[in-house]
Design a protein around this ligand. Structure first.
Ligand code: CAA
Length: 382
């Protein structure tokens, strides 16, 4: 049974994230979107505030908070700029979580600590040109050579791809074993043969950077194997379960941001002799937008609470992402409609929210993949 009450700590995190987002992120959001500028200074400050390793234990430089705190901060940041949201989400859920859960004490000291403190940035390299949804079909290969591994292949759609310092790279080390032959390697940006390509020119989340990465004879020591040889696919799947809570919270932030802008505009804009918020046509839209956003919030919090309680949250995380990403797209689209022609221009920001929203239905598992995960889990348990 799900019931929840926010603690004082949660309220404090919301306040801190909200103030930071409004004062430090909002002023440059339109310009960074237009010029695809990576928010280097903002990411540094998010690190100083403890937002880059929110659930990591303080022993390894993290904030030691729960998943609910993470959802709250992600929502507030993404409400203002979803690009900053995804940068934060990948570092927290897909890189720090895996390192803390599967890393050796040496790996945690060397890689997790600077990532959790925001001194370094992480990226997660699972997708490939021919392995997106079908993630078990990794073409990237790693061969053992003495006490080293040599990695060759191509990764793509890598968030933080050109800006990161530390990359989790998944590669096939024993093709016969299919997904049980996939291994995760910790690769530093400076490794010879590791070559991030040019930034993709994207529809949305333009201030985050996404690129392909070519790996050509990249040699890493065997100490760079995370979670054991052949343990990579498990790391990828389990990291993505938590990642889906982060992306659900990002989508929730977009929906909430678009909704708030629509409400504010509807109270200011006068038509037919009164604010349009007094017209039933607009009131019904606002009601629908609010229902979708609240439903997404409840599902996202439920998944976070289950994770915090160490209960199975695979299905709930997928439900949260499926529902919140749909809500983000629909609410942002409707926010444009409430704004009329003004919604179609950059200055009013709701068009950016729609462009940013679309990717939440694609990355960290498309909506179609979430349907697969949900149906498999529910059939397993009924
Ligand atoms: N949690 C834990 N384990 C899972 C899992 C989950 N959600 N889903 C599958 N697995 C496990 C299975 O139990 C199985 O393990 P065992 O053999 O040990 O039992 C193994 O993974 C393989 O599963 P299947 O045999 O079911 O393989 P499949 O090919 O039929 O399905 C899939 C696998 C669920 C479709 C998987 O490939 C998948 O999740 N694809 C989507 C990948 C994805 O989300 N990519 C996002 C890219 S990262 C990104 O976007 C980051 C970014 O930069 C923003």
């Amino acid at each position: 049974m799900f019931s929840y009450q926010f603690s004082e700590t949660h309220e404090m995190i919301r306040q801190t994230a909200r103030e930071f987002a409004q004062s430090e992120i909002a002023p440059s959001a339109i310009e960074r979107d237009e010029h695809s500028t990576f928010p280097t200074e903002i990411v540094k400050k998010m690190g100083e505030l403890g937002f880059m390793g929110m659930m990591v234990s303080p022993e390894y430089g993290g904030s030691g908070l729960d998943a609910v705190s993470y959802v709250i901060a992600m929502e507030e940041i993404s409400k203002v700029d979803a690009s900053c949201g995804v940068i934060m989400s990948v570092n927290n859920s897909l890189v720090c979580w895996g390192l803390e859960t599967f890393g050796t004490p040496e790996q945690k000291e060397r890689y997790l600590k600077p990532l959790a403190m925001g001194e370094k940035l992480g990226a997660f390299c699972l997708s490939e040109p021919e392995a997106g949804s079908d993630a078990t079909h990794q073409h990237t290969n790693a061969k053992q050579d003495g006490d080293h591994w040599v990695i060759d292949g191509m990764k793509n759609w890598i968030t933080n791809g050109t800006s990161a310092d530390i990359y989790l790279v998944f590669a096939q080390t024993d093709r016969e074993k299919r997904h049980k032959g996939i291994t995760c390697f910790i690769v530093e940006r400076t490794a010879e043969g590791f070559a991030p390509g040019k930034k993709e020119d994207k529809l949305g989340i333009r201030s985050s950077d996404t690129c392909s990465i070519a790996l050509s004879n990249v040699r890493v020591h065997q100490d760079a194997v995370l979670g054991g040889v052949g343990g990579g696919f498990k790391i990828a799947m389990e990291s993505l379960n938590g990642g889906r809570i982060g992306i659900a919270a990002q989508a929730l932030g977009i929906a909430q941001g678009a909704f708030e802008r629509a409400v504010a505009y509807s109270k200011e804009r006068v038509a037919f002799g009164k604010p349009i918020s007094e017209l039933q046509a607009i009131q019904f839209k606002l009601a629908d937008m609010s229902v979708k956003t609240e439903a997404a919030r409840l599902l996202t919090l439920r998944a976070a609470v289950l994770k915090d309680n160490h209960e199975n949250y695979v299905k709930e995380a997928a439900m949260a992402k499926l529902s919140a990403s749909k809500a983000a797209v629909e609410v942002a689209l409707e926010a444009i409609q409430v704004h009329g022609g003004y919604g179609y221009v950059r200055e009013y920001q709701v068009e950016r929210m729609l462009r940013d929203a679309k990717i939440t239905e694609i990355y960290e598992g498309t909506s179609e993949i979430q349907h697969i995960v949900i149906s498999r889990e529910l059939l397993k348990n009924m």
